[in-house]
Design a protein around this ligand. Structure first.
Ligand code: KG4
Ligand code: ZN
Length: 350
């Protein structure tokens, strides 16, 4: 079975092809192409939805052509067409979703609508599908921070989520406050490597409460106040390089510590012995270091996707679609996109 996946929920246009045999045989990722719009949105300090959708529309046909060429496949060989249906920016989602449905219609092949969050959750297993087993999922992206008890593909229990800003959103908003280029997450990660993580005491909201939910908006406010004290007029451009690095290291440590502690509280609750992290923030160097260290100490198996599968990509969409298609879960061509699509299969919260 040849599955073609399209991702266009935010500021990356992506196409991937996965070939799989019947049954549980290991699928092969034939190609995963990503065209990032980050340089375009950087001019505005964040994603501009209208620009994102126009750009998806302009570059998707070429990317589809290139993906088929790279995979050495003909479009008539594709058995399943798949695209992200949400959550994400409506105008951006519409481009990839409509293209996926149109291709399925023209080819007379089935269409699978994929939840972007499910794609991220399964992304650690794209390159090692045999490892997919019940585990705790820590999904940390620009739009979401979730702790999910993953019983299997399509069978999830939501344990915790962010009550306000997602981890990536907090990184990006703080990055903007510090006058760093968009997106702030990777910049704070890079600058934080040269700083002292204990230089500034920043809040870790909900860290020691019973809940597995996150809250990062207080951290953002604390950085805003701190900035007023550290720089004349709160102007981040007047910070010394050393203070800026210390601030980045302290912010990163506050977010990472919260994510690690909550993930381990969720592991204790669920008694899972495997932890898989996903989403753009899961390529944060300090998060990876601390998760690895803690997992080693507590003999928890840690599964991290390679960096190119942490941020938005279509390999995770094609992979989720392939698993759905194997289970006979196809989507109607009448199905619309849903910018707030909840994770399917999620039952009650703990
Ligand atoms: O998963 P993703 O590509 O998009 C969403 O689905 O939201 O995640 C993007 C997010 C952005 O907020 C970005 O700042 C963050 O991932 N990110 C990072 C790092 N690389 C990307 N955050 C912290 N450290 C990083 N190294
Ligand atoms: Zn994403």
């Amino acid at each position: 079975m040849l599955t073609l996946g399209i991702e266009s929920s935010c500021d990356e246009t992506a196409v991937a092809l996965i070939r799989s045999a019947d049954g549980d045989a290991e699928p092969e990722l034939l190609c995963s192409l990503i065209s990032s719009q980050i340089p375009l949105h950087r001019l505005y300090g964040g994603v501009v939805p209208e620009l994102a959708s126009r750009n998806h529309s302009a570059c998707l046909p070429g990317l589809l052509r290139k993906a088929l060429d790279t995979a050495g496949a003909d479009i008539r060989e594709v058995d399943v067409f798949a695209a992200t249906a949400g959550p994400g920016l409506a105008a951006a989602l519409l481009v990839g979703h409509t293209a996926g449905k149109a291709l399925a219609l023209a080819a007379g092949k089935p269409f699978v609508a994929v939840n972007h969050l499910e794609g991220h959750l399964l992304s650690p297993f794209v390159r090692r599908p045999g490892a997919l087993r019940p585990h705790l999922g820590l999904l940390v992206s620009g739009g979401h921070s979730l702790l999910v008890d993953v019983h299997g593909a399509g069978n999830y229990r939501l344990l915790g989520r962010s009550l306000d800003d997602a981890a990536g959103e907090a990184f990006d908003k703080i990055g903007k406050m510090l006058d760093l280029p968009y997106p702030g997450g990777p910049e704070i990660d890079r600058l934080g490597d040269d700083g002292d993580p204990s230089a500034f005491a920043l809040p870790r909201p909900l860290l020691h409460s019973q809940t597995l939910d996150f809250s990062f908006s207080g951290l953002k406010t604390a950085v805003l106040y701190l900035l007023q004290k550290l720089a004349p007029g709160g102007d981040p451009r007047l910070l010394s390089a050393e203070t800026r690095s210390d601030l980045c290291a302290s912010v990163r440590q506050a977010i990472v510590e919260t994510l690690v502690e909550k993930a381990f509280a969720a592991l204790r609750l669920t008694r899972r012995r495997t932890l898989a992290a996903s989403g753009g923030v899961s390529c944060n160097a300090e998060l990876r270091r601390q998760l690895a260290e803690r997992c080693r100490a507590e003999q928890i198996e840690l599964i991290l996707p390679p960096a190119e599968l942490t941020t938005d990509n279509a390999a995770m969409i094609a992979f989720a679609a392939m698993l759905k298609a194997r289970a006979g879960l196809f989507s109607s061509l009448e199905q619309p996109v849903d910018p707030n699509l909840p994770l399917a299969g999620v039952q009650n919260r703990a």
